[in-house]
Design a protein around this ligand. Structure first.
Ligand code: FE2
Length: 151
């Protein structure tokens, strides 16, 4: 899975937080590469699917870290991440055992991810950016009396 497919993150899904946008794009690349690897065959590269699931976990942990650093209540979003990871692992177990179609799994993962970015991440990022703006604004207000005292 060496191929790199440029520009898989649609403009409409850009959330304007470079670390998160880069991870979202990487997940779309991995899904697209797996689609190509599995196309018209029954071959399932198990290690690469495992790497995709691990990357989902890494990405979710990044969002949870950012929320924690900003002091945001992220419990509901974290629950969505946890439930999704459990569901994806279960569904992939069914792919391995032959009870689930690999293409169906990939379509589901991609659909779920796109919807999650639009409905959950976009809201999270806007709250995070507002919180960061508030923090930098209050730091400026805290600093201003010092300047006033020196004037
Ligand atoms: Fe998320």
């Amino acid at each position: 899975m060496e191929s790199y497919i440029a520009g898989l993150l649609p403009e409409a899904l850009v959330v304007d937080l470079p670390e998160i946008d880069a991870q979202h794009e990487e997940i779309f690349h991995r899904i697209e590469s797996l689609k190509a690897a599995c196309f018209e065959s029954s071959y399932v590269p198990i290690d690469e699917f495992g790497a995709l699931l691990d990357y989902f976990a890494t990405h979710f942990a990044t969002e949870e870290r950012l929320a924690d650093e900003a002091g945001l209540d992220f419990a509901e979003h974290t629950r969505i991440h946890t439930d999704t990871l459990r569901l994806l692992h279960k569904a992939f177990g069914e792919v391995i055992s032959g009870g689930q179609d690999v293409h169906c799994f990939l379509r589901y993962a991609e659909y779920w991810f796109e919807r999650h970015i639009n409905e959950d991440d976009r809201l999270f990022i806007s709250v995070l950016q507002a919180s960061n703006r508030d923090r930098s604004s209050s730091q400026r207000h805290t600093a201003s009396p010092c300047f006033g005292a020196q004037a």
